[in-house]
Design a protein around this ligand. Structure first.
Ligand code: ATP
Length: 336
């Protein structure tokens, strides 16, 4: 568990303390993928860098397991940091070293000098990230996605229990982003390490995270399970992030709703409910008419979900809505 207790952080700029993170408490559980989402300047980098003390908090406690890391000696902190890997938006590879040498570097730094052991570990890591054929290349000969795979292999070199990802996919195209996120999900699943990632894209959160915190101007304004935050965003900032991830929600439907007869409802289905023909059954039984205005079926990490926007008409709409709720479908009225 990574535990922040009443942590806050200010930067001293021209003799003044400028707050970057207001006091917050937060627990990140072992083995989960935890996302921190926020706009530029919200404090994401500051927050993630508190975990390995690249930034020191101005107050409060940070615990990793039972260890309060802010009280560690320099030597103890150096050892603790070996169990915390980090990857970066711009990869931060050594340009004069090959892929294999980049990955070997932190292993040597941790004190392991035995060439055979290092080679075996590097081979294992190359295989994990799918770069065995590229071991002797230099970073300039790799694509962005391949560079990030080297970054991931290097971060995993000393068997960390935590992997910090600082905008790891922000410099990548959508397809490469998807493959790097798949790799992170696989690493999380197979190595059971905790992943903390920061991003400004809700889609990254939707694809890989179990839980998420939304940062807005240095404050955590919302946090919880991704499915809850994604399907029922409460804070205006969260709603904006979600609507960016669901572009059709932005395309002027609010205006269309005014011209469509009936009550405009949004139905959200999760898990098994996504596949069962409940809507058909309920509307048949209640004689309610419906018109589909928008819809999607997708996944939040491994959880299938569906959202349908309907115009519903008929005498028994309320009965139909009750029956839908009883069947585990979440129902929200958008307009009447
Ligand atoms: N070393 C520093 N010295 C002074 N102020 C800083 C420093 N680092 C960050 N800040 C300020 O702290 C606030 C939070 O910055 P931070 O980099 O954590 O945000 P962010 O959400 O990661 O933004 P971005 O997505 O643009 O990287 C900003 O107002 C920033 O200007």
């Amino acid at each position: 568990m990574i535990r922040f207790i009443d942590v806050h952080k200010s930067y001293r700029v021209e003799g003044k303390d400028i707050p970057a993170l207001e006091p917050f408490s937060l627990d990140i559980k072992d083995g989960e993928v935890f996302g921190i989402i926020g706009h530029s300047g919200a404090g994401k980098s500051t927050l993630i860098r508190l975990i390995n003390l690249l930034e020191r908090p101005s107050g409060g406690k940070i615990l990793i397991g039972d260890t309060e890391i802010t009280t560690l000696s320099d030597e103890a902190l150096r050892v603790a940091r070996q169990r915390i890997g980090m990857i970066f938006q711009h990869f931060n590879l050594l340009s004069s070293q090959t892929v294999a040498e980049n990955i070997a570097f932190p292993i040597r730094l941790a004190g392991n000098q035995e060439a055979g052991t290092i080679r075996a570990r590097v081979d294992e890591l190359l295989q994990r990230v799918g770069l065995t054929a590229h071991a002797s290349k230099y970073p300039s000969q790799l694509s962005g996605g391949q560079k990030q795979r080297v970054g991931i292999a290097r971060a995993l070199a000393n068997h960390p229990s935590i992997l910090l990802c600082d905008e790891a996919t922000s410099a990548l195209d959508p397809q490469t982003t998807a493959s790097v996120l798949d790799l992170l999900a696989e690493i999380n699943r197979e190595l059971k390490l905790t992943i903390v990632l920061i991003t400004h894209e809700m889609d990254v959160v939707r694809r890989v995270c179990d839980r998420v915190a939304v940062l807005d101007a240095g404050r955590i304004v919302e946090h919880g399970a991704v499915a809850d935050v994604f399907l029922h965003p409460r804070h205006a900032t969260t709603r904006r992030f979600v609507s960016e991830a669901l572009p059709e929600e932005n395309s002027g439907e609010q205006t269309i709703y005014k011209h469509v007869p009936g009550r405009i409802m949004r139905l959200s289905f999760r898990g098994e409910a996504t596949w069962s023909p409940t809507l058909g059954r309920v509307t048949r039984e209640t004689g309610v008419d419906f018109n589909i205005l928008a819809g999607r079926i997708d996944r939040i990490k491994d959880l299938p979900y569906g959202q349908l926007t309907l115009a519903m008409q008929g005498e028994n709409v309320d009965t139909a809505l009750r029956a839908l709720r009883e069947a585990g479908i979440e129902v929200e009225e958008l307009a009447r």
